[in-house]
Ligand binder design. Structure first.
Ligand code: E4P
Length: 221
């Protein structure tokens, strides 16, 4: 499973890229607003950090297909690895189909059911993004939508990648992987929480203490 960062903050992207586990980035208008930088400049900078590792999703904001396609053309012209995000709506589906014809990759976002995801796949979405956490918030099982989409993809041979989004917990990451999601996109804090374990910290502290007990002239560093 690929790991994307769900952020528009350059420092977070740089750090995770340095860890060697970054496969791409997703952004959305909320994250772009939080980054507090010029949208195009920031997207170009993110795309440069991600480079050959994978893609960067940049969201369109028009509500009509013409506007979405126009914005998709613009954002994808900034770098080869940018994918245009479009919302799941009838106009969004129309835009996806037209983007396919133009050779533009799309990420269909705001997917809340397997039916929506299936239609996005049929329209030719490059990625389909079920919003797990927000579905959970509504009292339904968000991960079930991921599982259903992975199964639909397998049964019908769709090439669309299932991008597990709106993830908030370590369990969401594990369950996405077990469901067979192609990608999990994670906020920086969700990723760092998943990395921490008290036994790792305690184990390291005790190894270092024992190491310090070896006389200096008997250890290489
Ligand atoms: C996905 O591409 C979205 O940017 C994101 O996962 C939304 O998550 P949220 O529900 O935490 O805003």
């Amino acid at each position: 499973m690929k790991i994307f960062l769900d952020t528009a903050v350059l420092e977070e992207i740089q750090e995770v890229a340095a860890w060697g586990i970054l496969d791409g980035v997703t952004t959305n208008p909320t994250l772009a607003a939080k980054a507090g930088r010029d949208f195009e400049t920031n997207l170009r900078a993110i795309s440069e950090i991600v480079g050959q590792r994978g893609t960067v999703s940049a969201e369109t904001v028009s509500l009509d297909a013409d506007g979405m396609v126009r914005e998709a053309k613009l954002v994808t012209s900034w770098a080869d690895n940018i994918v245009a995000k479009v919302p799941f709506t009838a106009e969004g589906l129309k835009a996806v189909r037209r983007c396919v014809d133009e050779g533009i990759r799309t990420n269909v976002t705001l997917v809340f059911s397997a039916a929506q995801g299936l239609l996005a796949m049929k329209a030719g979405a490059f990625y389909v993004s079920p919003f797990v956490g927000r579905i959970d918030d509504g009292g339904q099982d968000g991960m079930e939508v991921v599982r259903q989409l992975c199964e639909i993809k397998r049964l019908y041979g769709f090439e669309t990648e299932v991008l597990s989004a709106s993830l908030r917990t370590t369990l969401h990451i594990i369950d996405s992987a077990l469901a067979g999601a192609d990608i999990a996109t994670l906020p920086y804090t969700v990723l760092t929480k998943a990395m921490g374990h008290s036994l790792s910290r305690e184990g390291l502290a005790s190894f270092l203490k024992d190491w310090a007990g070896i006389p200096e002239n008997m250890r290489p560093f």
